[in-house]
Write a protein that binds this ligand. Structure first.
Ligand code: PHE
Length: 345
């Protein structure tokens, strides 16, 4: 064993530059492993002359410490193998694609209708889905035990109270809240989910969506209602659209009407969508009953108004010629994807 052996290892370890953890580990084995160079020198130490043992022993221990410290240092400073030895990032690679969702057809129709009425100067109002009897029925001129309540089979949340809680059967309840709170004149549309205890079929569901509208001011007449509906129908279904009104009944409007639009598929000739009649029913409407105005503290001698309400699924069915309402609630991706390009999001 010679002095130079120690110096050579020292020089080697000081010049060593490892780039990966693997190289650091290889260096550790090379110098400090069982058959490593430093270990070998320790074994050769036995053959050193007794008078030199002291000096060599000290140098050997120092060498071992230096090598170990240098390896520890490199181990701490070199990154993980993946980062250091992996391929360089290629910023021109295409990104990971992820699927964009799209609007639900009912949302598309709701937005379209709300946008039209916004343009006419209407505000949007929303209200609770769990409502009380007062806002869904009583304030809308449905007297207790009046058969009109049977028109809308109701899901009750709590009963046995003068003002039981229930799932609202129409968003007219939001109009009542608007009349209670808003300053006159009032122009609002109320979009929202409604619930009725009906057997589920292609034409009916226990959940659906409505937009109802309310306009109250001085001197509002049936002519204003007719004009508002006509303008809406032409914005929604095309400028050629005609409307027709048929007498109807709702407890909260008098007179009341059901509105049909001319079939924009056959243009009145008669097809299977309009069942050969040339007309499609889209909404119910009427002049707000004075009792309803008074119930919400509005002077019916001074003010009058009109209201209307429509089902969004029905309008969406007409728009896209879907013949089964249940598609709108089943969230079958094959159905929903049909609408992914229907409007810009
Ligand atoms: N609330 C009625 C319904 O749910 C619709 C309607 C609203 C009719 C306003 C007339 C006036 O069927």
């Amino acid at each position: 064993m010679k002095r130079e052996d120690i110096d050579q290892i020292l020089a080697e370890i000081n010049n060593l530059k490892c780039k990966t953890q693997k190289e650091v580990e290889d260096a550790r084995v090379k110098f400090l492993g069982k058959k490593g160079e430093v270990t070998r020198l320790f074994e050769e130490f036995r053959t050193v002359a007794p008078e030199l043992k002291r000096e060599f022993g000290k140098s050997l221990n120092e060498l071992k410490q230096t090598v170990a410290a240098r390896i520890d240092e490199m181990k701490a400073n070199v990154g993980t193998d993946e980062a250091a030895s992996g391929p360089k990032q290629d910023l021109s690679m295409p990104g990971e694609p992820y699927e964009l969702g799209s609007r639900h057809p009912v949302s598309i129709v709701r937005k379209e209708i709300v946008d039209i009425f916004r343009k006419f100067g209407y505000d949007v109002a929303e209200g609770p889905e769990i409502e009380d009897d007062y806002h869904v029925f009583e304030a809308l001129n449905f007297p207790p035990n009046h058969p009109a309540r049977d028109m809308q089979d109701t899901f009750f949340v709590s009963t046995g109270h003068v003002n039981p809680l229930l799932l609202r059967t129409h968003t007219s309840s939001v109009q009542v809240r608007a009349m209670e709170k808003m300053k006159l004149p009032i122009r609002v549309v109320c979009p929202g989910r409604v619930f009725r205890n009906e057997a589920i079929s292609a034409r009916a569901h226990c959940i659906f969506h409505q937009i109802e509208g309310l306009y109250i001011d001085e001197d509002v007449t049936f002519a204003d209602l007719k004009q508002a509906i006509l303008l809406f129908a032409r914005e929604m279904f095309g400028p050629e659209t005609e409307i027709r009104m048929r007498p109807s009944f709702f407890p909260f409007t008098e007179p009341s009407a059901e509105v049909d639009v001319s079939c924009n598929i056959c243009h009145g000739k008669g097809c299977n969508i309009c069942k050969g009649t040339g007309w499609l029913e889209i909404l119910g409407c009427g002049m707000v009953d004075p009792n309803v105005l008074e119930a919400s503290g509005i002077d019916s001698k001074k003010y009058s108004g009109f209201a209307f309400g429509m089902g969004l699924e029905r309008i969406a069915m007409l728009k896209w010629r879907v013949n089964d309402l249940r598609h709108y609630f089943e969230n079958d991706m094959r159905f929903l994807r049909e609408f992914s390009t229907a409007v810009e999001v």
